[in-house]
Design a protein around this ligand. Structure first.
Ligand code: ZN
Length: 219
């Protein structure tokens, strides 16, 4: 959470972060200023919402996180935040099209927009899952953004990238609109990212390429 604040991706107590565990997940508690958040305040819970005794109340968005872990086995970390440019686009009901080749780092041709639903609701969780069906990140209408990753570092990096691309798209809209990359050009980028991934030295703890979704091509 502190990293989100440092990177200006989060304002106040609005964002939340989780990582998958064997029992379920660790997730940030609700309503605590990230600057004051202590590691022992992070909430351990199962994916059905059972919280171990003596713990704080988990983020109101815990269900959205739990459902992603249930549906997407390759995801081990989730960052949700109300970063400024992503939120501007989400409030205008705009997804992020292929404005820049790095949009493909979300594993898709565009960063989709999930339908609006009340925060913390089952409906929002469903809308989020639907948007994530072909992408590793999405915007949440009238709300913010959500990014996933095989680990926390990847999820945080992707949240940062979503914000960068949102700013880029917002900027192009102000000067007459972008010239978008076409489908073939984006497929080439996705293929190049997949090749790039295979050439990387195996320095990460999880060597299973199949679980590495960040730079993996679209199937
Ligand atoms: Zn939120």
């Amino acid at each position: 959470m502190q990293a989100l604040v440092e990177k200006k991706l989060n304002i106040g107590t609005s964002g939340n972060v989780s990582v998958r565990t064997i029992e379920g997940m660790l997730i940030t508690p609700t309503g605590i200023n990230p600057a004051l958040l202590l590691s022992e305040q992070i909430v351990a819970m199962d994916l059905d919402g059972q919280v171990a005794e003596d713990q704080l109340t988990p983020s109101s968005e815990w269900q959205m996180h739990a459902d992603v872990y249930r549906e997407k086995p390759e995801v081990n970390a989730i960052v949700h935040c109300h970063s400024p440019y992503a939120t501007i686009l989400a409030c205008a009901h705009k997804s992020i099209p292929a404005v820049h080749y790095m949009v493909a780092a979300a594993g898709s041709h565009e960063i989709p927009l999930a339908d609006y639903a009340t925060f913390g609701s089952q409906e929002l969780s469903q809308a989020n899952l639907q948007a994530l069906s072909g992408s590793q990140a999405c915007l949440l209408a009238n709300h913010g953004q959500l990014a996933t990753g095989k680990n926390l570092e990847r999820a945080l990096k992707l949240a940062e990238l979503v914000e960068e691309q949102a700013q880029c798209y917002w900027g192009t809209l102000a000067i007459g609109g972008p010239r978008l990359l076409d489908s073939q050009q984006m497929d080439e980028v996705l293929t190049a990212f997949a090749d790039y991934g295979q050439q990387k030295p195996r320095t990460e703890s999880t060597p299973d390429k199949k679980s590495d979704q960040t730079f993996r091509g679209k199937e």
